[in-house]
Design a protein around this ligand. Sequence first.
Ligand code: SAM
Length: 555
Amino acid sequence: MSMATTVPSHGLRHVYTTRPWLAKTLRFSSIPFASLASEQAESDTTKQSNNNVVDKSSSYFPKRGQTVELVCESLAFKGKGLCKVADSGFIVMCDRALPGERFIGRVTRRKASYAEVTKVKTISPHWDMVDAPCEYASYCGGCKTQNLSYEAQLRAKEQQVCDLVIHVGRFSQSELESLEIMKPIVPCDIQFHYRNKMEFSFGPDRWVPKELLAEKNEGDKIMNYALGLHAPGFFDKVLNVNKCLLQSEPANLVLATIQDCWRDVDLELSPYNVHSHKGFLKHLMLRTGRNLNTGLPELMVNFVTSSYKPELLKPLVDRVSAIPEVVSVMNNVNTSVGNTSVGEEEYTLYGKPSITETLRGLTFQISANSFFQTNTHQAEVLYRLIEESAGLRGDGSEIVLDLFCGTGTIGLTLARRVKHVYGYEVIAQAISDARLNAELNQIHNATFVQGDLNKIDASFGNNFPRPDIVISDPNRPGMHMKLIKFLLKLKAPRIVYVSCNPATCARDLDYLCHGAAEQNIKGCYKLKSLQPVDMFPHTPHIECVCLLELCDNPS
Ligand SMILES: C[S@@+](CC[C@H](N)C(=O)[O-])C[C@H]1O[C@@H](n2cnc3c(N)ncnc32)[C@H](O)[C@@H]1O
């Protein structure tokens, strides 16, 4: 379930050709840019090197398998700890190392200018240590920073955004401060049970961390079946979990109910094996929505299976449908060998085929595979910030262009106060959901169009009137250069850039504001505000809402 804050390679194709310094930096995209600068300034004093002693020369590079004493300085992309070898200052990245922690690490991988290590032993703990409430926190790939106080998590995220906007976005610290551009991160006031969607996997052989291997029932095949989350970095290893503190309480009740019975030999249920491609149960997806009349949670349980055999699922369906909050049990049948949960066929096994949720006073129907913001509570906050940034006059005269509109949620929340919304999105199903959502909310001034924004041509701007406000909410690779060039030509008075990847966000802000001299591209926007928002406590993810205004005399 983890998602990483990296600059994807295809998002860099323009960067490499136009900014050699950035290309060099981004090649080591796991290292924060600020730290890279300081890395170069490190001392080049030499010291003898052996297996456990560190060489202080600038050419010092630890060997694979070598153990080194490290201090974690900060959190970087993917929530990895950015650490320095004690004494030499050589940079290594370590999963689950936290700021201030001194520890022994073993080098697992050498990269061009840094190394990756795994933690062997903590010498002294990190600052801001708290007890992680989840029993799986040390092993599960979902929450990596549960044992870092929430305040420290927020500080680390804010720092990461600030570093990127300075070193990739080329904004100076003084302008960010004096013009009050960089806003303090907005915390999420619900730090557990905030996810409305979780996807668990079935597997034939539960993954057990080394420390707990003694607890594994080596001889008992069925007891070793797993239902849970993937071990970090492995598509074929499943950590069995009975409870996840990120999902709702009723969703945990469903998970516990299924865990309680699915291994029963009489049921003849088998987990899907991703290597042999044999087995029936692939994934269990749990979605939590809200009953529109009572405001109470309502749940969808979606079994993803390799074939359609409802009689096999019936005992599980009977058990979960007895839970009052469960209003929908679905079966997505996915016969492919891939690991996706989207089925080629979908069946309703109990109740209705979708659940409902409300956001900014609008109602949304959510089916098994619809996209919906995963933290509903914080999406309310995010969308309010977007609306505030859009600075609508409220007289119903403005045109909004909603790029990467998904199921139309942002555009629809603005539609009530503007003349017309035009939404663009690549996924056809999302566009039909957006149209359905408009209808459901009796919104008639929104047009949703399916199209690939990476493949726009010169005619793109002819399809809608010149917008007053552009909302752009791309996924992790950020905006394609074609779209950036289009926006620089379009010159809408305001752009609200919503990003789930501060690295590509910083790169795109740089293009929009400073241009790219090497490509003869002139920026014509001023960055007015950059607001980080924490949507996913205990994970490395960071959302940002940026407001750009057209310069006074754009050429
Ligand atoms: C971060 S989501 C934003 C969704 C929506 N704005 C919301 O808040 O629910 C990014 C969306 O961009 C869409 N997308 C990704 N690549 C695209 C492309 N090349 N052209 C158009 N849409 C794309 C994805 O399908 C996804 O719905």
